[in-house]
Design a protein around this ligand. Structure first.
Ligand code: MN
Ligand code: MN
Length: 314
């Protein structure tokens, strides 16, 4: 039989689908594990981390939030709220997303960013689903929760993906520099899910730098990165491209301290699909909160199966 035998095509498509779903799951677990791992050392300097932990390499909880071991923070929780909204609504709807974030805030989350709280409060007062454009909104708060957009829009064209991201981002953060950085993260996740190499991810980072030179990451080592997205992504890119595996990249980025749960989360959503589910250390998978882990797996699967790439029945 020729290669166009429909049974062979179907089998090939089946394998591809399975692999894509597994990489989506790896992205979601990477996000949650990076969050749980980094939260322990959030707001510490690299020196403080060395003094207290040597090299921080296990999910142990604690930190300024006094977390139970395995517990995640707002980075993962807001992603899950966004993802559930996309699934419930069957699309990217600003009102549904704002409502999902507002519902999440009602659960009295363990932490919540200032810019996020302000955006949700604006929505609650007057139903506004987009904050005004603001130079001071170049925080990483919309980037840390963008994974559901990356999975749900897989196979869409870049303009549609960018629009979907602006819709979710502008509920709380409205800034062109942040939008550009977040779109790059989305494209890196999608490229990794589709089987991209570190070199192809690096090309996306270089493209961002060409358009927005403040993201240059080839100069000094980014330590103690703050909530400013430029610092966050410089640290993520340096850790990603300066290592050769998921575990070493994650350990590198969280030991830089600063907004370590968020650098961990963003790096994890990229490194997960790049290196695959099998590259995630078992000790991290075992320690991650069980309910969180299950929800991440389910949501990753549902979101990617609803994407333009996989929902068209090919
Ligand atoms: Mn957090
Ligand atoms: Mn954080």
């Amino acid at each position: 039989m020729s290669a166009s035998d429909p049974r062979i095509d179907q089998r090939r498509a089946g394998v591809t689908r399975e692999i894509l779903v597994e990489r989506a799951v790896a992205a979601y677990l990477g996000l949650a594990i990076g969050d749980a791992l980094g939260a322990t050392v959030e707001f510490l300097t690299p020196r403080e981390i060395r003094d207290q932990y040597g090299e921080h390499r296990d999910i142990i909880g604690g930190g300024w939030l006094r977390l139970r071991k395995g517990r995640v923070t707002d980075d993962t929780e807001m992603s899950l709220a966004l993802g559930q909204s996309l699934l419930d609504k069957g699309g990217v709807d600003a009102g549904a997303i704002a409502e999902a974030f507002s519902e999440w805030m009602r659960t009295k989350p363990v932490d919540i960013g200032h810019t996020v709280r302000r955006g949700i409060s604006l929505y609650r007062r007057g139903g506004e689903t987009q904050v005004p454009e603001n130079d001071y909104d170049a925080g990483n708060g919309a980037c840390m929760r963008t994974l559901p957009i990356a999975l749900f829009t897989l196979g869409a064209d870049v303009a549609q993906i960018a629009a979907a991201n602006r819709t979710q981002a502008h509920v709380t953060h409205h800034n062109a520099l942040a939008d550009a950085g977040t779109l790059t993260v989305i494209r890196m996740v999608q490229t990794a899910v589709l089987g991209g190499t570190p070199a192809s991810l690096r090309a996306l980072a270089e493209e961002l730098v060409a358009n927005h030179p403040s993201y240059r990451f080839d100069r000094k080592r980014e330590e103690n990165p703050g909530g400013y997205i430029v610092e966050t992504l410089r640290a993520v890119f340096q850790a990603l491209f300066g290592t050769e595996g998921l575990e070493s990249a994650m350990i590198d980025v969280v030991n830089r301290g600063g907004d370590a749960d968020t650098t961990g989360a963003i790096l994890g959503m990229i490194a997960g699909p790049l290196y695959g589910l099998a590259s995630v250390p078992k000790r991290w998978l075992k320690t991650l909160d069980g309910a969180t882990s299950r929800t991440c797996r389910q949501q990753a699967t549902s979101l990617i199966l609803k994407s333009p790439l996989l929902s068209s029945g090919t």
